[in-house]
Ligand binder design. Structure first.
Ligand code: AHR
Length: 648
């Protein structure tokens, strides 16, 4: 998605004086100046919340594809499946008749009419409608059995069932054969973004279906990820991806926590589970393997968060934690073991013989204060270090204000707060100890509550200031990610979020766009800088970096003005005042600080190019409530297109 608006905002350059509020930023940029920023600094955090994976990033169109969401006792609820035809034409019932042992429920479809007037059977609306587009192809796989020889047809129909968008040939079922796997590709003849999948017959018969999957043939890198959403992730250039969640990993009850073993292997055989913290069923089509694959596809380091025997409401005592530790070690073998090891062989069978690049794990989520957390943690820590000494381990206990009483490579730090608090927290890490202890992983941060709405400019500006503070303190903060990443607009469990979508459209909130301003920071050099100024410098937070591109080591200055008055900014780089002629800038601002993006206006608050007109411009105006990045090319480079600028 290309959202850069090219409207020139010359005004910001021409009225530098900003009514007497002006500051000068002094930057040292000589060879040897500055400190390296960790290559891991900015990444993303994927949690299965708000239908982020099921009904989001994972392209599976069918919801409750194995009929397991209603539980394993029959009769059970098959929602969101619905009958096609009246109750005198069709009878639907769950039965423990599946060909798959770990997910026993299948659907029995009894067609009561003979030579039915219209197709009769069952329909699935997906996750608030399926995006079916004319000309696109969809792969349908399902398991089918019939009592007697008969036939069925698979179709995509419009949301009101009035239009057939795509239809298979007649699929004949031999009543003596038992379960058979059906695979077809449907090419859509018409478009409906809220379509349904139907499996129907016109003859009196009884048939069973199970594990029904429909996916677009084209997905991100061919690995099953929804393309528009994955591309939005790619554009952030994330250096890591923390997964599969925070509270989702813990579970409200331990029995509902995410477990890696249940999420791997052939998709038809995965049992699925209830994500009871966020209150919905997951078919687990996006599982441990897929998360590792996504990290690889995004060129990001995977960071696996696993459950350490602690949920929101129950805990496993340390004396009983052994099997959980083994489960974590097996998960590491799955990611890292050779393809001749037990779990490495399973990974190879799934299509990835080479180990994944797993270097970080987090033991639990937000559990430091729980009764058994620390003792359990030590069991995991020493077992992992014994077999995988190079793996870095993240503890849930905050090491920013006290020394930890246990070993760790990183400590987790989460912050959800008001805009003014987060803005002021740009100093959060200024004063913490610079000893050799574990570094901070700010794995969840966001402005929440009234200041944030559903993703306001105000929230994004406070986050920008906080991130600049992190950039400046990247000697003690090594990783940072916003939370939550995704929200399906039909199931907002948490506000705000970074990327909003429904079945077919998507947009970034201002918080998403702020993250893009930092995409060149990981691995760059933080340049020494300070501010002198006449007034009101407290509303402005700045940093300067030299990009890591050795062919074009541009200086990128970032500045947030969180105040309600414009501020003039003069740049003094190595003692010479800045000449804007070859520089470029982008700005994030809007008419109202509470402005948000939406499906009807997805680009209301997005970065815009600031035209650097004329030579010898000595300053720039930071409008009230704005965030600006100015790219100053290296000496001798005439390029006006920095990477940050050109593909923002
Ligand atoms: O990001 C939403 C939730 O906030 C996460 O699941 C949890 O870690 C935190 O409390």
């Amino acid at each position: 998605m290309e959202l850069l608006l090219l409207l020139p905002l010359v005004i910001f350059l021409s009225i530098y004086c900003a009514h007497g509020r002006s500051i000068t930023m002094h930057v040292l940029s000589d060879e040897g100046d500055g400190t390296p920023i960790p290559s891991t600094l900015f990444g993303i955090f994927f949690e299965e919340i708000n239908h982020a994976g099921n009904g989001g990033l994972w392209s599976e169109l069918v919801s409750n594809r194995g009929f397991e969401a209603g539980g394993q006792n029959t009769p059970s609820n098959i929602a969101p499946w619905t009958p096609v035809g009246s109750s005198s034409d069709v009878l639907l019932a769950t039965e423990r008749a599946s060909p798959f042992a770990r997910n026993p429920i299948a659907l029995r479809v009894e067609v009561l009419c003979d030579s039915c007037q219209a197709p009769v059977g069952v329909a699935n609306p997906g996750y608030w409608g399926m995006d079916v587009r004319a000309g696109d192809e969809y792969k349908i796989i399902f398991w089918l059995k019939a009592a007697t020889s008969s036939s069925v047809v698979v179709s995509f129909v419009s949301s009101d069932s009035s239009v057939t968008l795509a239809q298979s040939d007649t699929i004949n079922v031999d009543g003596t054969k038992g379960w058979t796997k059906q695979e077809i590709v449907l090419k859509a003849q018409a478009t409906d973004h809220y379509a349904q999948l139907t499996i129907t017959s016109k003859e009196k018969t009884v048939f069973w279906i199970d594990q029904v999957s429909a996916m677009p043939v084209e997905t991100y890198k061919g690995h099953g990820f929804r393309k528009d959403l994955a591309l939005m992730l790619e554009e952030l250039k994330p250096r890591f991806i923390r997964f599969p969640g925070g509270c989702y990993v813990e579970g409200e009850r331990l029995q509902n926590a995410w477990r890696w073993r249940a999420s791997v292997g052939p998709w038809e055989e995965r049992p699925g589970h209830l994500g009871d913290v966020w209150g919905y069923w997951s078919d687990d089509g996006i599982g441990y393997f897929e998360f590792l694959q996504l990290a690889e596809d995004l060129d990001a380091l995977p960071i696996w968060v696993f459950n350490n025997g602690v949920s929101h409401t129950d805990e496993v005592a340390t004396s009983l934690i052994g099997p959980f530790v083994q489960e974590a070690l097996d998960g590491l073998e799955f990611a890292l073991g050779s393809s001749s090891s037990k779990y490495g062989a399973l990974r190879a069978k799934m299509g990835h013989p080479e180990p994944f690049n797993l270097k970080y794990v987090a033991i639990g989520n937000e559990d430091c204060g729980k009764q058994y957390y620390r003792d359990n943690y030590l069991q995991f820590y020493y077992a992992i270090k014994k077999y995988y000494p190079d793996i870095s381990i993240v503890t849930n206990c905050d090491g920013s204000y006290r020394q930890l009483d246990h070993p760790a490579d990183l400590y987790d730090f989460h912050i959800y707060t008001s805009a003014s608090n987060l803005f002021n927290m740009n100093h959060q890490f200024d004063k913490i100890s610079r000893n050799d202890g574990p570094k901070a992983f700010v794995s969840e941060y966001a402005v929440t509550g009234n200041d944030a709405g559903r993703g306001s400019l105000l929230a994004a500006l406070a986050e920008a200031a906080f991130l600049i503070g992190i950039e400046r303190n990247s000697d003690v903060v090594h990783m940072t990610s916003y939370a939550p990443l995704f929200v399906n607009n039909n199931d907002r469990r948490w506000n705000p979020d970074s990327i909003v979508y429904d079945s077919w459209q998507s947009y970034g909130t201002p918080s998403y766009w702020v993250q893009k301003f930092f995409k060149l920071s990981s691995g760059a050099t933080l340049l020494p800088s300070n501010i002198t100024g006449s007034t009101n410098v407290n509303s402005v937070v700045t940093s300067a970096i030299r990009s890591s591109d050795t062919n074009d080591p541009s200086i990128i200055v970032k500045a947030v003005n969180f105040g309600n008055k414009a501020v003039g900014l003069k740049l003094n780089i190595d003692g010479s005042f800045w000449n804007s002629a070859n520089s470029t800038a982008v700005i994030l601002t809007s008419n109202n600080v509470m402005d948000e993006n939406s499906f009807s206006n997805p680009t209301k608050v997005v970065p815009k190019t600031v035209t650097m007109s004329g030579k010898n411009q000595m300053g720039i105006t930071l409008p009230a409530y704005s965030f600006m990045a100015i790219t100053v090319p290296s000496l001798g480079s005439n390029s006006r297109d920095s990477e940050l600028h050109s593909d923002m």
